[in-house]
Design a protein around this ligand. Structure first.
Ligand code: DGL
Length: 259
């Protein structure tokens, strides 16, 4: 069982920010990554459609014999993970915006969150915010248009910077000191955001926490790979694989998959 791969999926290339954290923490693990770039962005789709796509991705990874599935997408997690957990008999790790650490550490009592419409409108997001951020002002901003730009490799383009400026302005005016990146595509914007934001603002995402949770569950369920063979890492995309290759610095085995 332990030799079976970790399955990871996202609406596109964003979840590779999570894959990288997992691979760094668990270098011995075999992994299969699925980028459903053809259907990106998920963020504007209905809950029903997000669920349908999440089921399709899950079944693909189950067919490949995955021992655990990491839903490396905030939008799919917040809209579909309870269904997936209830209907498939393997562990699922999800990702949610890191509201809790931001709310615990903010000095200005004001935090900003940039995420998709699908995440910000989900019940799970509201439940988490009510639970951990009472008494804190949470400025929610839908990152409309960001994912399609990232999917076409525009991490630092003029258009991207203009979009980010519009989204950050209301947050800066209200004195945020934490910016939560609530979409797995957004960590690729950290170099651009760092240049745009004042130094007192901390940018956080949930990537490392997801990798640690994956490690904890595999350990608890005795599923860690104990083999000494070189791990097999395969990434598949039904979109433009050149963008996937470029965010991975051409370091991994990437293939086009018609699904
Ligand atoms: N990477 C995704 C997330 O974490 C999905 C974004 C999208 O497809 O809209 O929400």
């Amino acid at each position: 069982m332990s030799k079976k791969p970790i399955g990871i999926f996202d609406s596109g290339i964003g979840g590779t920010s999570i894959f990288k954290e997992i691979h760094t923490l668990l270098p011995n693990e075999n992994c299969i990554y699925l980028a459903d770039s053809k259907n990106a962005p998920y963020g504007n789709k209905s809950e029903e459609k997000i669920l349908q796509l999440s089921i399709k991705n899950t079944e693909y990874l189950l067919d490949k014999g995955c021992k655990i599935i990491v839903v490396a997408c905030n939008t799919a997690t917040t809209n579909a993970i309870s269904y997936l957990r209830a209907n498939y008999d393997i562990p699922f790790i999800g990702i949610e915006p890191a509201i809790k650490p931001a709310a615990l550490n903010t000095q200005s009592k004001t935090v900003g969150i940039l995420a998709t419409k699908g995440t910000l409108s989900s019940q799970l997001f509201h439940k988490t915010t009510d639970l951990y951020a009472s008494g804190i002002k949470v400025i929610e901003q839908v990152g409309e248009g960001i994912v399609p730009l990232i999917e076409t490799g525009q991490l630092d383009s003029h258009e991207m910077k203009a979009l980010l400026e519009t989204y950050l302005e209301p947050m800066l005016k209200q004195d945020i000191d934490y910016l939560v990146l609530g979409c797995t595509h957004y960590p690729y914007l950290i170099p651009t955001l760092t240049k745009m934001l004042p130094e007192n603002i901390t940018i956080i995402d949930s990537g490392l926490a997801v990798a640690k949770q994956t490690q904890a569950i595999l350990t608890r369920q005795n599923l860690l790979n104990s083999s000494i063979d070189k791990p097999t890492i395969k990434l598949f995309s039904n979109g433009d694989i050149s963008v996937l290759n470029s965010v991975l610095n051409n370091e991994f085995d990437v293939s086009y998959l018609d699904f």
